[in-house]
Design a protein around this ligand. Sequence first.
Ligand code: AMP
Ligand code: MG
Length: 333
Amino acid sequence: MERKRQRHRLGRRILSGGISFLLAGSLSACAPKPWAQVDCFAMDTYHVLQADADEAVLRKAEQRLNELEQVFSRTRAEAELAKLNAAGSMAKDEVSEELWTVLSASKTFAEETDSAFDPTLGCLVDLWDVGSQTPHVPDAQAIQKAQTACGIDKLLLGETVTLKDGMQLDLGAIAKGYAADQLAELLRQEGVENALLSLGGNVYAMGSKDGKPFRVGIADPRREEQLLGSLTVQDEAVVTSGDYQRYFEQNGVRYHHILDGQTGAPAESDLMAVTVVAQSAMRADAYSTALFVLGVEEGLALVEQDDTLEALFVQKDGSITLSSGLQNRFVKR
Ligand code: AMP
Ligand code: MG
């Protein structure tokens, strides 16, 4: 696939410090039993877990999130991914099922998207360090050097998992999606039918609320606390990538956290944000990142040929493009 390079400025801001605003069901005359809610912090972000269940069940989900952080963290030295990055290789039978599943899926998603989604950008992510206290634009030489340690061909998945040429994995664009799938599965096993999980703004809507499908708000990338509209979803994930969650500005230019491995810099497509709807939250997460890098034209073409994905693109000029499966599911504010 020939990836087009569209060079425009990007923009993004998220509601409530990184958590998408949710419209759960609608108001009803007789007050239904309130749902249990657990707010927690893990994987470097805030989560809101809600379910038509006892709080104890949500505490189990919170515990599961903490376990997954011990698998996917790159910054906690004791985490499995941090250890793999440090060692550069690990025998397959030492790798947890969770990490293996996400690595295999990541490789597939990178291949499907011509590396618009690329889990091997750890060195570039570190170089840009967008979330740090003193972020700044790195010099071109440093970017070039970091790029030499990136590329999906440097991830070998055989009897040994090998990271070639000092490559560092970063699973920040997929781990929360995987976690959402895991939590939904855990809740189902506990007998829960209706729940709404927001993992750092990535939403998984299970079942319904008060007998009505969930409506998930889509944030306006430029006006904090405002919605562009809402999507009706059931047993699906709604995941947004954009340039407004993590960024810094230098000389009036915004540098955000979604990188393009080809340029070694924040992706410059025609988008401010893109939201992906899919039954698999992991797939939705990986693809939201990929579609953001690809831009609306190539991104939409990819989605339309894939029955498992729908998407809502917010372009720089504020216009909204919906994939065919979302045409009747988006209500403008
Ligand atoms: P998301 O918010 O899901 O789009 O993921 C963005 C995060 O994934 C960043 O903060 C980086 O840690 C990492 N990342 C940045 N660019 C990419 C990319 N092109 N492919 C995969 N992961 C990326
Ligand atoms: Mg993602």
